[in-house]
Design a protein around this ligand. Structure first.
Ligand code: ZN
Length: 518
């Protein structure tokens, strides 16, 4: 049923002022501004909560955040939102590209909150809040049976939500599209198939070769104050503008884009694991540079932010893996690193350091996995989520299926479910469709890198520490567009073609064949 019929829309459009279209757009924009303000306030509270606010203030903070999301929901789901949306959709031909992108983004969010009956949404919110607690216990005790009934209910809800929201071809597509607009099961099946064929044999070859890389010095004591100083130095060196952003500390590193002029990120520091802060900073720094580089002219609504989780992840992986883990970077930069940590690196050459931070080891845990095997962990989760959505996999099958796939892809079997199927929090929060964006990010990054190599001497720039030319290239082709272009459009602008995983597979093959002398 249409929200509005033709004559109502006409009254709506022409009943106000002299330039009704302008009036309509102004009303819509002021709605977006309100939403943006609420989100701004919530973000600051969230940042505060995660970067050192006292735990004792948790309750009033949760209450304030709860009120903010109620306000947000109220404005987003209001009858007037639907009316404005319907009216503007009828006048699409009078809107420019930026306006159309804003409208599309608003509609996506509007549909996702208004198509699900409110009582079921509340029921679901309560379920996942309980399930997250149960999951923590289940993970600690490796007790899948404890979590299984909750996961079953969550999956039932997710399937129902797909029906309410509508989908083409596959219920999973609804959720894939939430995080990566335009992504589908059909595309991902082909994508992961190519990854499986390219990466699984490579992992096997490395483990058979048994060429161990020296890494002992990475566990030496690297003073935390020095690590923090180095993190700041590295961010500045990479091209992050610290005058318009800041870095803090949190248990789980993250980036928070509040406005292109206020971009924040965190890192974490362990005295005996310098690699953790080094690459967390590089990773979140990549996310942060993306948001800092969005065109100021598109800050209206949420347009000055990354377009999708996959494209966002591509920028963080590019900085983390392609730049800061590269041989060229360390060749030019290792002497600087040494001035921060002279004792810890006295007997370590640049080549040893470069090899150590790139060493591949098969691990059971996704968040600890290396550049080579990361996407295989994602492939396994994709296959399971897809199977749960199409009902070819039952929740009760998961532990056995998980272990079988780990053996098949990585050649290792979890000794218990705590380090197996129960390791991630995502499903307990009702988060389906997000995992694939990690692997897409890796593949986009490799594709962008090969395109950069055609235009620029990337290795030379890394060796010289000239991050400006790299940032300039990315800014022109990806960053400045914020959310205005779709992921597919951006990839065509930046690389001349849509997603093509061949570049990623080849990148890994070249890099690890050389590293392990295969
Ligand atoms: Zn990331």
């Amino acid at each position: 049923m249409a929200l509005y019929d033709e004559s109502d829309v006409k009254t709506f459009l022409y009943g106000k002022g002299e330039d009704p279209m302008q009036q309509l757009w102004n009303d819509f924009e002021s709605r977006l501004k309100k939403l943006k303000t609420i989100r701004y306030a919530s973000s600051i509270m969230e940042w505060d909560a995660q970067t050192g606010a006292p735990k004792s203030g948790m309750e009033p903070r949760a209450e304030a955040l709860g009120y903010m999301s109620e306000l947000y929901y109220g404005i987003m789901a209001a009858k007037e939102s639907g009316e404005q949306l319907a009216a503007l959709e009828l006048k699409k031909d009078q809107l420019n590209e930026l306006q159309l992108a804003m409208l599309k983004k608003f509609k996506r969010e509007y549909d996702s909150v208004t198509k699900i009956p409110e009582n079921e949404y509340i029921e679901f919110t309560m379920l996942v809040s309980k399930a997250s607690n149960v999951w923590e216990d289940a993970k600690k005790d490796s007790d899948f049976a404890l979590f299984a009934p909750y996961l079953e209910q969550i999956v039932d809800f997710i399937r129902k939500f797909a029906d309410y929201r509508g989908y083409t071809d596959h219920p999973y597509n609804t959720f894939l599209d939430d995080y990566e607009p335009g992504m589908t099961v059909a595309k991902l099946d082909v994508f992961f198939d190519q990854l499986r064929k390219g990466i699984v044999p490579l992992v096997k070859a490395i483990s058979e070769k048994g060429n161990a890389i020296r890494t002992d010095f990475l566990q030496r004591e690297f003073p935390i104050e020095q690590q923090k100083a180095y993190s700041k130095y590295l961010l500045d060196h990479m091209g992050f503008n610290l005058e318009k952003g800041m870095i803090a500390e949190s248990v789980h590193p993250f980036m928070m884009g509040i406005d292109p002029d206020d971009i924040r990120l965190t890192s974490r520091y362990y005295i005996d694991n310098v690699v953790s802060s080094l690459f967390s900073t590089a990773h979140e720094g990549g996310h942060a540079i993306y948001e800092q580089n969005c065109d100021k002219a598109i800050t209206g609504f949420y347009m000055a932010e990354g377009v999708s989780s996959g494209i966002h992840e591509s920028q963080s992986r590019l900085y983390e893996n392609s730049f800061i883990r590269s041989r060229s970077f360390w060749e030019g930069h290792y002497d600087v690193f040494r001035t921060f940590f002279p004792e810890q690196t006295a007997d370590v050459t640049f080549d040893e350091f470069f090899r150590a931070v790139n060493a591949s080891s098969r691990t059971l845990i996704r968040i600890e996995s290396d550049e080579l095997t990361y996407s295989l962990h994602i492939m396994l989760r994709y296959e399971i989520e897809k199977g749960l959505m199409e009902k070819t996999i039952k929740v009760s099958d998961l532990p056995e299926l998980w272990n079988r796939k780990m053996e098949e892809y990585l050649g290792i079997t979890p000794p218990n479910d705590g380090v197996g199927v129960l390791q991630d929090t995502h499903w307990s929060c009702g988060l389906f469709g997000y995992f694939p964006t990690y692997a897409l990010g890796n593949a986009y990054a490799a594709q962008v890198l090969q395109a950069m190599n055609k235009d620029l001497d990337v290795e030379g720039a890394l060796k010289k520490g000239d991050f400006n030319s790299l940032k300039g290239w990315l800014g022109e082709r990806i960053h400045k567009y914020g959310s205005v272009k779709t992921p597919d459009e951006l990839m065509v602008i930046a690389t001349g073609e849509t997603l093509n995983p061949d570049y990623y597979v080849k990148y890994l093959q070249d890099k690890f064949t050389a590293l392990y002398d295969l």
